[in-house]
Design a protein around this ligand. Sequence first.
Ligand code: NAD
Ligand code: TDX
Length: 332
Amino acid sequence: MARKLLVTGGCGFIGSNFISYWFSRYPKDSITNLDALTYAGHLSSTAHFADNKNYHFIKGSILNKRVVERAMKDVDIVVHFAAESHVDRSIKNPTLFLETNVLGTQVLLESALRNKIKRFHHISTDEVYGALEFNTGEKFSEETSYRPRSPYAASKAASDHLVQSYAHTFGLPTTITNCSNNFGPFQDPEKFIPRLITNCIEDRKVMLYGDGLNVRDWLHVEDHCRAIDLVITKGSINNTYCIGGQVDEVSNLEVATRVLNYFNKSTDQIAFVTDRLGHDRRYAVNWTKIRTELGWKPRYQFDEWLTATIKWYEENTAWWRPLKERAEKLYR
Ligand code: NAD
Ligand code: TDX
């Protein structure tokens, strides 16, 4: 039977990829996308499905109770992506992160409860677990204690706790996924990999924070979407699943070197700039639970799909060029 989904933040990077993924897999389902179109929300990321008769867009904030209540009508499944998502911005303006990520999530939870939603799926991050040391072999898992270290991570941790509290106290059927750094098409050029690629295309220097040795666990956005699908359709209620990528430990410096190599540029193009305050050293995710319970594993190998992502940015300059100057301004 066709289902009705409410996707929040569907004009952002992962949300727009998720809507494309869902329509390709479940064409009979209908999707309402509630997005405030902040600086991170782009209608251009939704152009390829905007005409689908099963797609509806509402421009509005998850903080607006009236708008949320309207969007929630007759919905079966909520998939909640909307958030302030950039760590550097959370260092400059933490308050906005608390408003959107914590209070906004609570508005959605209240409305989901009132409307007897069958599943509330919350998208979260591995950053709630803090940071790992180098060369320890340690990874984050569902058992790891929460130790958020940036205002962004703290706001996501608070939102996870709220979701769990609504499940426990009020019986709202929820699931949470905590995933690592995504990469792929339609990621805003203010984030590391798209900034790297677009700086190379525009012959700008490539910026690395600190010594460039920080490690991220890169997950292709489509692998992420497939994992969310499995958790929604087959995952156990009131459960958390960790999601990570198919990548060997790779430092930011190595990622930058690979991108520079693609463009036949030398590492002289790298500028080591002032480190991010509180910069987390290393993330790595143990995804055993989702593999053993739901049979998920990442399909997209990092090196191969980094090249595919570079090509996507080369071929889609019309998408990112209008966003580039604003993104660079953030770092001045
Ligand atoms: P993004 O910044 O690209 O997009 C966020 C979207 O939310 C935008 O379309 C924006 O307009 C919308 N939004 C912001 N505030 C809103 C509000 N008040 N009401 C309605 N819409 C609002 O983010 P993303 O990278 O796609 O991340 C999506 C989710 O995944 C976030 O919850 C983020 O914490 C989580 N996450 C992201 C990553 C990653 O690597 N990008 C990794 C782990 C978890
Ligand atoms: O220009 C840069 N130079 C640089 O060295 C930028 C923008 C980043 N970096 C570093 C900081 C990090 O070590 O690259 C790494 C990745 O940075 P971001 O793209 O800002 O991602 P990160 O801070 O790791 O957080 C991301 O993954 C987890 C998402 O933005 C979050 O939303 C998600 O929860």
